[in-house]
Design a protein around this ligand. Structure first.
Ligand SMILES: *Cc1c(COP(=O)(O)O)cnc(C)c1O
Length: 427
């Protein structure tokens, strides 16, 4: 199957007709439990001696098909779907971390991830060290004996920055640590982290992967290539698991160790399960992923180029523009395009940004991205309202900046809408 090209895989991977009915689409299995054939069958399932369905907190046929599809699209060995992008991040770290251990993370991350990593994970005794991933020496220095993972985004929120994944992966490899890449803003169509050396890929399926703003979901995909037994740093995967009669996941399951642990321990005990209805909508979205991403990228390029030339604009941070300091990384890291999210600084500052948002007709003012429709947010008056101006600037949410998520409408219509709203905003 994986010999096929991406456009074929996004439709046909993990989509064989339903074995009982022949249904061509993956059915939505709205069931909590699955009947055991007999007591012996039940015992084998609970011992992980046989793979099968027990209870939908752990596995559900619809949700499993989604995880399998994304794993194929990312070129991974396996994967687990879960309830949100943020759940996926916890699910990715859970088998690796423990009290006193840390993850070295890029400073350029989705705002919610910065909060999750700098505040919430402390409650588990985990911590994050934030480093500028363009400074490879600083990154290497930040890694210590308690580091268990390196974390970055491929294309990073709020847009305009691209991580040099091959360089970071090389460093992770040297340190014997897994590199986790959040590939939400790029999708596996634009960026292939596993081919560049990433161990785990996490997604917020809420965004482009579903593509229409109907689902909250996430997933973790494992490359299957990391040697969890090479050191004693990853006992959850390499040492005997007391809750499974001393099973050693890596020894017993090889490249599927991380995936099985994520289901059998992660979903079982953390309960961050995706629902089958949501998995269905995401699979519908995935069938057109490449078509949508090509259009997102073409539109983003057209809109960014138009805005950059406009005298009412100070600057545009889109890596797809020649003026971007990260433009050279597009060909290396995301050759099919730099995504469709970027920020724009408007002359006239805070007031002009608020008026721009109020006067747009096609763009929706929401705290989301990666929808088929174009979205805008003025972070300084919304999501980053509680911060000081200095903090807002540091977070890429300065008072004069708006963030655009370019949809798949007609680019001329989007430009005309921005034109009329900029006129009203800067009059
Ligand atoms: C939205 C987003 C997340 C969080 O995903 P949710 O599905 O909202 O939990 C994580 N990373 C990135 C890059 C995102 O855009």
């Amino acid at each position: 199957m994986s010999d096929y090209k991406f456009d074929t895989l996004q439709i046909h991977a993990a989509a064989a007709p339903d074995p009982t009915t022949g249904a061509l689409q993956v059915p939505i299995y709205l069931t909590t439990a699955y009947a055991f054939k007999d007591a012996d069958h039940a015992a084998r399932l609970f011992n992980l001696e046989e793979v099968g369905y027990i209870y939908s907190r752990l596995t559900n046929p619809t949700v499993m098909k989604l995880a399998e599809k994304v794993a194929v699209l990312e070129g991974g060995a396996g994967g687990v779907a879960c309830s949100s992008g943020h759940a996926a991040q916890i699910m990715a770290l859970f088998p690796l971390m423990g009290p006193g251990l840390n993850v070295v993370a890029s400073t350029r991350l989705y705002g919610g991830t910065i909060t999750q990593f700098s505040q919430t994970i402390k409650r588990f005794g985990w911590s994050a060290k934030f480093v500028d991933f363009d400074d490879l020496d600083a990154l290497e220095e930040a890694i210590d004996e308690n580091t268990r993972a390196i974390f970055c985004e491929s294309i990073s929120n709020p847009g305009g920055y691209i991580t040099d994944i091959p360089a970071v992966a090389k460093l992770a490899d040297k340190a014997g640590l897994p590199l986790i890449v959040d590939n939400t803003l790029a999708t596996p169509y634009l960026c292939r982290p596993i081919e560049m050396g990433a161990t785990l890929v996490v997604h917020s399926l809420t965004k482009y992967m579903t593509g229409n703003g109907t689902v909250t979901g996430g997933c973790v995909i494992d490359s299957g290539k990391f040697d969890w037994s090479a050191s004693d740093k990853f006992p959850s995967l390499s040492a005997p698991e007391p809750a499974y009669h001393g099973l050693k996941f890596h020894e017993a399951l090889g490249p599927m160790a991380f995936t099985f642990h994520s289901i059998a321990v992660g979903l079982r005990d953390l309960g961050m399960t995706m629902n089958p209805q949501g998995a269905h909508y995401t699979m519908m979205g995935l069938e057109t992923l490449s078509l949508r991403m090509d259009k997102h990228v073409a539109n983003a390029k057209a809109v960014a180029e138009w805005l950059e030339k406009d005298p009412r604009i100070d600057f545009v941070t889109y890596a797809g523009l020649e003026s971007s300091p990260w433009h050279d990384r597009v060909a290396k890291v995301c050759p099919k395009g730099a995504g469709a999210l970027f920020t724009v600084a408007v002359k006239g500052g805070y007031e002009a940004c608020v008026k721009l948002v109020n006067n747009l007709k096609l763009f929706s003012h929401v705290a989301n991205l990666g929808d088929a429709r174009s979205l805008i947010i003025h972070s300084a008056s919304t999501t980053h309202r509680q911060l000081t101006e200095a903090q807002q600037i540091a977070a890429g949410a300065a008072p004069n900046v708006v963030r655009l998520s370019i949809g798949i409408e007609n680019a001329e219509d989007l430009i005309a809408d921005l034109d009329q709203a900029l006129t009203a905003a800067t009059a």
